[in-house]
Design a protein around this ligand. Structure first.
Ligand SMILES: NC(=O)c1ccc[n+]([C@@H]2O[C@H](COP(=O)([O-])OP(=O)(O)OC[C@H]3O[C@@H](n4cnc5c(N)ncnc54)[C@H](OP(=O)(O)O)[C@@H]3O)[C@@H](O)[C@H]2O)c1
Length: 398
């Protein structure tokens, strides 16, 4: 591939787990990909090192004093990267005309506006930030449709389903002979724990995922199984599915990343080692394939694959997410915001593990009059739910 056909990539959230894996894949293919922009929230030292290695045109940090620190450090290293600060800069580097693809890997609701900016600008959007689709599924998919953006799921389960479906799969699963999507879940670190023990789990225990190395928020979501709930909502939007068409299957080895079951009885699965560089490389190169630095699965070593039904009594977050999707409107955004507040409080040791689901359930069961027809209304629902959740966290702490 010539230098002129090299693609410019913006990595939103480059200092996180997905961001680092993305840069690893990019660095393996300097003839195909060049980094246009890297962004972080507060990790300025990590961002500095990434800038020195990947030489982006632009780097973005949230706060102006961090940006000033980075500007000075890059200046001293004689590196011409332009440093910007603030939220609008995240949207700017996502929609910039010369950018071909945007990896949306900011965690949580903070990633919504820049991911949407990339979709509105018609980019190839590599979507790791599932919360964006959970909050604004209808608007996000409309933006993709309108702009002609290519939306490629990076969540390993959705990436797997994407690989198991026909290329043009929009328009409802039935149209393509698909009966059901089988969304696999590892079951998280507490799969075999008793309900009493789970309720008292610590942040370090919750973040010790058996198969995947991930950021702390998604690790806690995996432990509560809210992650699978958010993924169920994400899958509904990505694949035009109803919640009833999605079956969650606990598969502790995380070797099958998900499956599509067809009406003729065929079940197509995508398998691989649990390494996020697989879906990232798929998204970057689609419809081609590139080397991702991941070993081929050794089936003899794995020897056995297990499956079980999720236990919604011990892990009620999955049910809460399904109900929010069934309710529609602002409910998924409210669920997501309440969950973010509760998880943050848990990680700060202000809330017990067992209370996370209770806080979310109390907030989603409150009446809310607003809707989700504009991004402003979605952000208003998010704001309202955060206030509601914060009050409940305070009551628990008090
Ligand atoms: N990790 C995985 O294996 C995995 C798998 C599937 C899907 N995902 C999804 O991918 C997304 C990223 O997950 P992760 O595990 O990579 O998270 P992570 O390790 O916590 O990294 C999050 C990234 O977002 C940045 N960030 C955090 N808050 C921000 C804010 N308010 N404004 C701007 N940037 C902000 C962080 O910057 P700082 O470093 O400065 O804090 C960091 O670069 C999540 O939506 C997650 O659900 C992750």
């Amino acid at each position: 591939m010539s230098q002129s056909s090299c693609q410019w990539i913006t990595v939103l959230g480059s200092t996180g787990s997905i961001g680092v894996s993305t840069l690893d894949v990019i660095a393996r293919h300097p003839e195909r990909y060049r980094v246009y922009a890297l962004t972080a929230h507060t990790s300025r030292e990590v961002l500095l090192n990434q800038c020195l290695v990947h030489r982006p045109r632009i780097a973005v940090l949230d706060h102006s004093d961090d940006a000033q620190w980075l500007r000075q450090a890059l200046d001293e290293a004689d590196q011409p990267t332009v440093v910007l600060a603030g939220r609008e800069a995240l949207c700017q580097v996502a929609r910039e005309a010369c950018v071909d693809a945007v990896m949306a890997a900011i965690v949580g609701a903070a990633g919504l506006l820049p991911a949407l900016a990339a979709a509105e600008a018609g980019k190839r959007v590599l979507l790791a930030n599932k919360e964006a689709l959970v909050m604004s599924g209808a608007l996000f998919m409309q933006a993709v449709e309108r702009s002609g953006a290519t939306l490629l799921p990076i969540d390993s389960e959705h990436n797997a389903i994407y690989q198991c479906l026909p290329v043009k799969h929009r328009g409802g699963l039935e149209r393509h002979g698909v009966r059901q999507l089988l969304l696999t879940a590892s079951g998280g670190p507490f799969r075999t724990w008793s309900a009493d023990k789970v309720a008292k789990a610590t942040p370090d225990q919750a973040c010790a995922h058996p198969n995947w190395s991930m950021g702390r928020k998604i690790s806690v979501d995996s432990a509560t199984m809210m992650n699978k709930g958010l993924e169920l909502i994400e899958a509904c939007w990505l694949f035009d599915a109803t919640p009833e068409q999605i079956q969650v299957v606990v598969h502790p080895q995380s070797v099958i990343h998900s499956m599509a079951a067809y009406i003729d009885g065929s079940v197509i699965a995508q398998l691989g080692n649990p390494d996020m560089r697989i879906p990232i490389a798929y998204g970057l190169a689609w419809p081609e394939r590139v080397e991702a630095g991941v070993e081929t699965l050794d089936l003899f070593q794995i020897a056995q694959l297990d499956f079980e039904a999720p236990d919604e009594a011990r892990f009620p977050c999955l049910r809460l997410a399904r109900e929010a999707m069934q309710k529609g409107g602002a409910a998924p955004a409210i669920l997501n915001a309440a969950n973010e507040v509760a998880v943050e409080a848990f990680l700060a040791e202000r809330l017990s593990f067992g209370e996370i689901a209770n806080v979310v359930e109390e907030v989603v069961s409150q009446p809310y009059a607003g809707n989700a027809d504009t991004i402003e209304n979605i952000l208003a629902a998010d704001h309202w739910a955060r206030q509601q959740a914060a009050q409940r966290v305070m009551l628990q702490a008090g």
